[in-house]
Structures are given as structure tokens and as C-alpha cells.
Design a protein around this ligand. Structure first.
Ligand SMILES: Cc1ncc(COP(=O)(O)O)c(C=O)c1O
Length: 503
């Protein structure tokens, strides 16, 4: 058939595939160059006002040439990205992505699969990963799993499944206000904010989350990481029961967001079983520590969880986004989300076969092919190499800890449990000086840590998550922190701090 016979004038496909293909190859090459030479770029740089203004255009009613739009991308988008591909990025907990994942994203976009349901290969890829994760975390064959945006959504799905199990699935029709039970959930003070939000979003209210103090952990005496205090937890649950509440959910964290501490999951599993409560583990980034022999023993008990939330896009280095939730009792998971609809009829054969579908396990109906970039990443690199990479980021954290110990101008603010190091430059005005150091570091383009508060004190927080990070970047962080800290302190001595530094 000639082109005019196959090409509708309304189709968005190119008329000239040859030049489109050449442009596509250039774009792919440019992206490989970007990653290969990422060290030559700043980690992050502020966006100039003129560039920001370029994103305030009128609606693009008329077409533009692909090459022109790509040129805009090169000039206005690429240079001002978040920076987490760069080895000097150490803020929050951001993975670095990987090049096999870039290719998989392109393939997924080409297939344009909708993973809400139906019977097609993309769902088998997702099911393959569900099966691998059951195996990795010691969950039974009846456990269900689902790709979601991130751990915030995975936590919400787990909390909803736990809520409906506690109140009965009829609550989905009547609403939580129909129940007389006052449900309460328990987690340590180091729990991620997304859990509080999950309780809010599922109608139980964020006050339903009881925060239990932490104590120095017993499992690993060499670094006194802060774990949920199990005695205080028992006491709080029992006191709530006496006051008429219905404790239903325990949340353990495997890798707290501030310091990377891992709760005693075995201890939590014992309490959950005694108290007949649902045990959820937020393992946003720490759960994949199970791939390293050094961390796996500290995760003992994770296999007893009723639900586990984690991200492949953090330590797993899968390009954003790739969150995941695993639920021990797949039937309860389904009952918490499945909704019959005439247009979602299931059949034994044809495209409507293969029930249950992912849309039965979460709030999304249309879903992209997150599983493909994850499948490529796990298969191309292999779990052993990913485990070694994770162990290396922890080794870099210990190297940073040693560099801090060697400097009288720096102090460590929290024990180093995994890959997160919280420290500060010593100063009489430490909070303001360290906040300023972090902004200056980010704007320097050399390294980009973030901040948090440890016991009320502002900390420079380096989360070494990127597989490209090396000792060069750790040295750059320490050297630049000292340089900026000294310059700020010199200003202070000149009584110029207010005007010169914090305007
Ligand atoms: C412990 C913990 N839980 C939940 C989250 C939220 O994950 P996401 O950003 O993928 O929603 C994070 C993010 O860093 C985290 O560290």
C-alpha cells in the first residue's frame, strides 16, 4: 500500500517517517550523552526568570516542528531539572534512574499499554514482578501486589485495606461514620508524613495516628539507631483500649526518612499478632536493603507484615515513578477496592479475560506500564548487583561519617543507620548558618543535600541514594561545607552576618 492509502490526514503519525526517525535517534543519543557526561553539568541551577516566563505561553493552537519543540526542551527544560541523575545529588531520597530504564520508558510509551485490566502481555510483566516481590520479601502466593505512583499512595492503599478489614467491607457503602468503632493506628515519631495523610484521606482523621516515642535500638548496638519503643507502644495501645478506642494498625518503618533507622519489625509482628492488629511496613527506600546481606538481617520480621509499601524509584534506581504495595491477603485487598461496572465485565476468554485486574486493587482505572522499566532494571542489572550498589551507598555514608568525625568544625547529629547522614557545621547560630550552607551548596551546583531537624536542630541531610555517587562527591560535600561555613563564620565575626548572609 502506498502512503496516501494508509495515512489518514487526521492521524498524528508523521508523513515523513525518515526525518522523524532521524530526529528520534538524535534525541536518544543526546539523552545518553546527558547521562554519560552528567558530571560535567551542575547538579542543579536556578531557572532564570526569562526561562520561567517561557512557560507562560498561550495555548499552542497551531503546530510546531518537532525539532523546534526539542530545541526548547534542550534550552529551557533539561538544564533546570531536579538534578537527581547527578552523583552530587543527596537531597531527600531520590534515585538516580538508569539507562536501561530510559529505553524501557520509550518502549512502554510505544506500546501505550493501559494496565487497568484486560488480557495482555503488559499485565503479565506486572504479575511477574508481583511474584518476584512475594518471593523476595517472603510473602505467600496468595499475596497481591500493585504498582502505584510512590510509597505515599502505597501507604494509603494499605491503610484502606487495613481499615476495611477492621470495620468490615460494608463500610465501603455506608462510610466510616456508620461505624461506632473509633479506630486508632500506631507508629513511631519518625514515621513519614504520608501515613498521617493516609489516615486523613481514608476518613479516620489524622488524630487517629498515635505517635510512639523512639529509643536506641537493641538489634545493632554498634549504631544506636532510633527504633519505635515497643514497651511504650504496648502501653499506648492498652491505654487506648481502656478508653474505648479500637487499635487496628501498627506501622513499622524500614528506613525512616530523617535518619534511615529500621524499626524492630520482629517485635512489631509479635505485638500485632497479640493485639490482632494489621502490621504495615513503610519500606519506601529501606525495604530494598533486603538485597544486601549486611542489611537483610535487620529487616527480619518484614515477612510477617500484612502489607508492605516501597519504591523501586529510590534505591532500586528505576526511573520515576515506580511505587509498589504488597498485601499479604490478596482477597482482602481486592475486597477493599474492587467495584463492579458494566463496562468492566470479565469473561473467561477474549480481551476481557484475566480477572482480577489491577483496577480491582487500587483507585486507578487507567494505569501506565511502570512494570516495564522495573522489569528491565531488575533483569538487566540483576538483584545481586543492585544489592552491591545499595551496600556501596551505605559504605559512602560511613565514609562521610568518618570525614565528619575527623573535622572539629563539623558534628554528626544522628547515628548513621543506612545511607543517610545528618550533620552540621558548628556555629553559635547553627540553625541559620546550616540552612544557608545548604542553599549555597545547592546553588553552587557541586552537591545538593537537603535539610531536616534532629531533636529540634537543623541538620544538613545527605541521603546517598544515587548509584553514580562516589567518594569524590562525598569529599566535595565536606570540603564545600567547610568552605562556606568558614566564610559565613568569618562574616559573623565581623558582625556582618545579618546583612551579608541572611538578607
Ligand atoms: C519512609 C518514607 N515513607 C514514604 C515516603 C514517600 O514516598 P514517595 O515520595 O514515593 O511517595 C518516603 C519518601 O522519601 C519515605 O522516606
Amino acid at each position: 500500500m502506498n502512503q496516501s492509502a494508509t495515512h489518514s490526514s487526521y492521524s498524528l503519525d508523521p508523513c515523513d517517517w525518515t526525518s522523524f526517525r532521524a530526529q528520534g535517534h538524535r534525541m536518544l543519543d543526546d539523552m545518553f550523552d546527558y547521562v554519560e557526561h552528567i558530571r560535567e553539568r551542575p547538579v542543579w541551577q536556578p531557572m532564570p526568570a526569562a526561562v520561567r516566563t517561557s512557560f507562560r505561553e498561550r495555548l499552542p493552537l497551531a503546530p510546531s516542528h518537532l525539532t523546534a519543540v526539542y530545541q526548547e526542551f534542550l534550552e529551557n527544560v533539561l538544564p533546570y531539572s531536579n538534578g537527581n541523575v547527578h552523583p552530587g545529588f543527596m537531597g531527600w531520597v531520590h534515585g538516580g534512574g538508569n539507562v536501561a530504564g530510559i529505553l524501557a520508558e520509550m518502549l512502554a510509551a510505544g506500546l501505550n499499554a493501559n494496565l487497568g485490566g484486560r488480557d495482555h502481555s503488559a499485565l503479565e510483566v506486572e504479575r511477574q514482578i508481583v511474584q518476584w516481590m512475594r518471593e523476595l520479601f517472603g510473602f505467600p502466593a496468595t499475596a497481591s501486589g500493585l504498582f502505584v505512583t510512590g510509597t505515599s499512595m502505597a501507604n494509603l492503599i494499605a491503610v484502606i485495606a487495613a481499615r476495611d478489614s477492621a470495620l468490615g467491607f460494608d463500610i465501603r457503602r455506608s462510610g466510616v461514620s456508620a461505624s461506632k468503632k473509633r479506630l486508632t493506628a500506631y507508629a513511631s515519631t519518625a514515621v513519614h508524613e504520608s501515613l498521617r495523610r493516609a489516615l486523613d484521606l481514608c476518613g479516620l482523621g489524622s488524630d487517629a495516628l498515635r505517635l510512639v516515642p523512639v529509643e536506641a535500638g537493641h538489634r545493632n548496638k554498634t549504631n544506636a539507631q532510633q527504633q519505635i519503643n515497643l514497651a511504650a507502644l504496648r502501653h499506648t495501645i492498652e491505654s487506648d483500649r481502656r478508653s474505648g478506642y479500637s487499635p487496628f494498625l501498627l506501622v513499622g518503618t524500614a528506613g525512616t526518612v530523617d535518619t534511615g533507622a529500621i524499626d524492630d519489625l520482629d517485635g512489631l509482628a509479635v505485638i500485632a499478632s497479640e493485639q490482632q492488629m494489621w502490621l504495615h511496613v513503610d519500606g519506601a527506600y529501606g525495604a530494598l536493603g533486603i538485597l544486601t546481606p549486611e542489611i537483610a538481617p535487620r529487616l527480619a520480621g518484614i515477612e510477617s507484615a500484612d502489607s508492605l509499601a516501597f519504591d523501586f524509584h529510590k534505591w532500586g534506581q528505576v526511573p520515576y515513578d515506580a511505587g509498589f504495595v504488597l498485601i499479604r491477603d490478596g482477597e482482602r485487598h481486592r475486597k477493599a477496592f474492587a467495584s463492579p461496572a458494566a463496562y468492566l465485565q470479565r469473561e473467561a476468554r477474549g480481551l476481557d479475560a484475566g480477572s482480577p485486574w489491577p483496577c480491582d486493587l487500587g483507585p486507578d482505572l487507567s494505569r501506565g506500564f511502570r512494570a516495564l522499566k522495573t522489569w528491565f532494571t531488575l533483569k538487566v542489572y540483576g538483584l545481586e548487583a543492585l544489592g552491591r550498589m545499595i551496600a556501596h551507598t551505605c559504605e559512602l555514608a560511613r565514609y562521610l561519617e568518618r570525614r565528619i568525625a575527623e573535622s572539629s568544625e563539623l558534628e554528626l547529629l544522628a547515628p548513621v543507620s543506612l545511607n543517610i547522614v545528618c550533620f552540621r557545621y558548628r556555629s553559635p547560630d547553627a540553625d541559620r548558618v546550616n540552612a544557608r550552607i545548604v542553599v549555597d551548596l545547592q546553588e553552587s551546583g557541586v552537591v545538593a543535600p537537603s535539610t531536616t531537624r534532629i531533636n529540634g536542630d537543623l541538620a544538613i541531610r545527605a541521603a546517598i541514594t544515587n548509584h553514580r555517587t562516589s567518594r569524590i562527591d562525598i569529599d566535595a560535600l565536606v570540603d564545600a561545607t567547610l568552605k562556606i561555613g568558614r566564610a559565613l563564620t568569618a562574616h559573623m565575626e565581623d558582625h556582618e552576618l545579618e546583612a551579608a548572609c541572611f538578607d
